[in-house]
Design a protein around this ligand. Structure first.
Ligand code: NCD
Length: 289
């Protein structure tokens, strides 16, 4: 899939206009906020050429879910309207539930604190592009590792390669223990710490995440952790030379803007890569290539 994404990136860069999805329809159904994920899926479908997109942007309030419709009923209906469905929903396991009830492909665009597998694919693509290879890397994941779904999916995805993972978080926001155990049982070296500077001494990739405000029960709980890790240009200078800084975005305060113009800052390139990777995924599940 990464190779297919690279091929699409080259074809678009050469000015080619694709025509791979004539008559196909993508439905995007988002019950949680999104900018990048929804727009890059929609852009990907348009860039594949010939396909169309139908969308409920504010599914929580503007779809029949607000009237109490179940995911299963939505699935049966959406499968009649579209050839592939991309869903984001606050409940862990909601993509699985939709996929089990729909007879068209379903892509998980984030299920609460669970997983965000297409983000993991674009993260892999970005790391490979920035570093040249995935094997042999030390990757530090920093921030809210308990509630952040991108790090859950990325850690699982990276375990397919020879990598060392450093998980940096306050102890209360650490990576779920079952996931750490799963990674170790697959042979991945995992270290856990709350000391970011120490981890950045050895990291080839620093994957920074936001404290997931919407998952905290009270504003005070969130404020306890807000700002706990902040990457500045000074922090990057003290880190392992050449470290690549990634972030799934949106950022709040965890990467200072003085990092943006350093060559280390890969997060805007990372966001752009979402289109190529989602083109590859859509083309594959639609049988268009
Ligand atoms: C992430 C998400 O929604 O999980 N955003 C994204 O899809 N790029 C990360 C986040 O919201 O912190």
């Amino acid at each position: 899939m990464l190779a297919q994404a690279a091929e699409f990136e080259q074809r678009l860069a050469s000015g080619e206009v694709l025509r791979l999805c004539d008559g196909r329809i993508l439905a995007t159904v988002f019950y949680e906020p999104s900018t990048r994920t929804r727009l890059s899926f929609e852009s990907a479908m348009h860039r594949l050429g010939g396909g169309r997109v139908i969308s409920v942007a504010e599914a929580k309030t503007s779809s029949s879910a607000a009237k109490g419709e179940t995911i299963e009923d939505s699935a049966r209906m959406l499968a009649g309207y579209a050839d592939v469905i991309v869903q984001r929903h606050p409940a862990v396991g909601s993509a699985r539930a939709l996929a089990d009830a729909a007879d068209v492909p379903v892509i998980n665009a984030g299920d609460g604190t669970g997983e965000h597998p297409t983000q993991a694919l674009l993260d892999l693509y970005t790391i490979e592009r920035e570093r040249g290879a995935l094997d042999g890397l030390t990757v530090a994941m920093v921030g809210d590792l308990k509630n952040g779904r991108t790090v859950h999916s990325l850690a699982r995805a990276l375990a397919h390669w020879q990598v060392t993972l450093d998980f940096v978080s306050p102890p209360e926001l650490s990576m779920p223990p079952a996931l750490v155990a799963e990674l170790r049982s697959r042979g991945t070296v995992v270290r856990e710490t709350s000391n970011m500077d120490e981890a950045l001494q050895r990291a080839d990739v620093a994957y920074i995440t936001r404290i997931q405000q919407e998952r905290f029960i009270t504003p005070d709980e969130y404020l306890k952790y807000k700002g706990v890790y902040v990457i500045t240009a000074d922090v990057v200078r003290r880190a392992k030379p050449g470290v690549s800084v990634l972030h799934p975005l949106p950022r709040v305060d965890e990467i200072a803007t003085d990092v943006d113009n350093l060559p280390n800052a890969a997060y805007f390139r990372q966001a752009r890569n979402g289109v190529y990777v989602r083109m590859a995924l859509l083309a594959m599940v639609l049988g268009a290539i």
